[in-house]
Design a binder for this molecule. Structure first.
Ligand SMILES: [Ca+2]
Length: 298
């Protein structure tokens, strides 16, 4: 029974505390896609998707990747280049760069006057006039940097509806994206004044502490039980050594069957203090004694 209870407590720790540790390091909402898996595809966005230039630490050489992001009418595609670190200008031109187009392919109108590269952009927020934005990502064969991640959101211009959050830059995004730890507005106004986030973190930390405490108690109980078993085993050994040469024993032969069962029998019957008395109530012990006596007479 004890081991079953200890097992339940350990399982509780693994199911409650460990996932809580994970949730402290992962945002509560995000859908991520990576280059090159998005290349040549169309990504349909109902609320928000984040695309990164690589699933690794840096982007790859010799990339030539197009993908298109679409939203349903009446929404527009709002792109926030939240992180952007590409190879800087070399001889006045971009070796690694991103182009954003206001339409379904690279023949559409570009949303900026020149390719985007380097590590410091003058503008990080772009919005389409329609329901499609095409991204063209190109790298050469030398020098790789950390790359980009771009948050694409289905947005509208103000005035916002009741199901939308009003960004300070007058864009409207789904209200579910406010305080989700990611900047969909482009000016981070959807992540400011988020008291619910800290409350949620506090609840997660409380659950973590409770889980760790229960896990620690379970380990403590297991340790105490093991110590108890060791104590009982040593107690039996001391009893055996003290009585193996006891004069009260009917036979001083060390092979006399002073067994663990016999020890437990005396402990369970405080009134029985001698082997003779105990033996009178235990036919097995009396038979062993008689057998020993018979051997000695022979
Ligand atoms: Ca957000």
């Amino acid at each position: 029974m004890f081991w079953i209870m200890a097992g339940y407590m350990c399982v509780f720790f693994l199911l409650v505390a460990f996932p809580t540790v994970q949730s402290l390091t992962i945002g509560k909402y995000r859908i991520i896609a990576y280059v090159p898996s998005v290349c040549g595809t169309t990504i349909s966005v109902s609320d928000s998707v984040q695309v990164e230039s690589s699933s690794g630490l840096t982007y790859a050489n010799n990339v030539n990747c197009n993908f298109t992001v679409t939203v349903s009418s009446p929404y527009l595609v709002l792109a926030n280049l939240e992180k952007f670190e590409l190879e800087p200008l070399r001889s006045g031109s971009c070796s690694d760069y991103v182009n954003l187009y206001d339409g379904g392919d690279t023949s559409s109108t570009a949303l900026h006057s020149s390719p985007l590269c380097g590590t410091s952009l003058t503008n990080t927020t772009y919005v389409t006039a329609g329901q499609q934005m095409t991204v063209h990502f190109v790298t050469d064969s030398t020098a790789v940097y950390l790359g980009f991640y771009i948050v694409f959101t289905a947005a509208t211009a103000a005035p916002c509806s009741g199901t939308q959050f009003t960004c300070n830059n007058s864009f409207c995004i789904p209200s579910t994206l406010a305080c989700d730890n990611y900047d969909q507005c482009g000016d981070a106004s959807d992540e400011s004044g988020c008291t619910n986030t800290s409350s949620s973190s506090s609840e997660e930390q409380t659950t973590l502490i409770v889980g760790l405490t229960l896990g620690f108690v379970a380990l403590l109980l297991i340790g105490a039980y093991i110590a108890y078993r060791v104590y009982r085993r040593n107690q039996w050994r001391r009893f055996h050594n003290d009585h193996i040469h006891d004069d009260d024993l009917p036979d001083p032969d060390p092979s006399y069957p002073v067994t663990h069962k016999y020890f437990r029998g005396i402990r369970g019957h405080p009134g029985l203090t001698s082997t003779e008395t105990m033996g009178a109530s235990d036919p097995a012990i009396m038979k062993s004694v008689e057998d020993l006596k018979g051997d000695q007479q022979c």
